[in-house]
Write a new protein. Structure first.
Length: 110
């Protein structure tokens, strides 16, 4: 019984983390090799949505705040989240993916 419970928790938590990255980059099953925390401390709650582009080396080369999809309006939090994505989020390398592979990252502000 403990094994089933542990497996259920692992599956639920890994699925939740993967849902923070979406779009073609995930549709094409590109693996996240270096993940980030998808939560940020802030004075008010909301989400920050970023449109990203990933190169063939797996680096995030473009990260733009999607103001229409975001509910959190703090620019300080947006800058912090953007830098976290650009500096630390890495994907699987490969030439089988588009040169500017598109995706979306959702950061939760709490």
């Amino acid at each position: 019984m403990n094994k089933i419970l542990t497996l259920a928790v692992l599956l639920f938590s890994s699925g939740w983390a993967l849902s923070q990255v979406e779009g073609p980059v995930m549709d094409d099953q590109r693996i996240v090799t270096d993940s980030i925390s998808y939560q940020i401390k802030a004075s008010s709650a909301g989400i920050l949505v970023f449109d990203i582009a990933v190169d063939n080396n797996g680096n995030v080369t473009s990260c733009t705040l999607n103001r229409d999809s975001s509910t959190h309006k703090s620019m300080k939090s947006a800058y912090e989240a953007k830098n976290r994505i650009l500096m630390n989020l890495k994907f699987e390398k490969g030439t089988k993916f588009p040169v500017h592979h598109q995706g979306r990252v959702i950061i939760t502000a709490q």
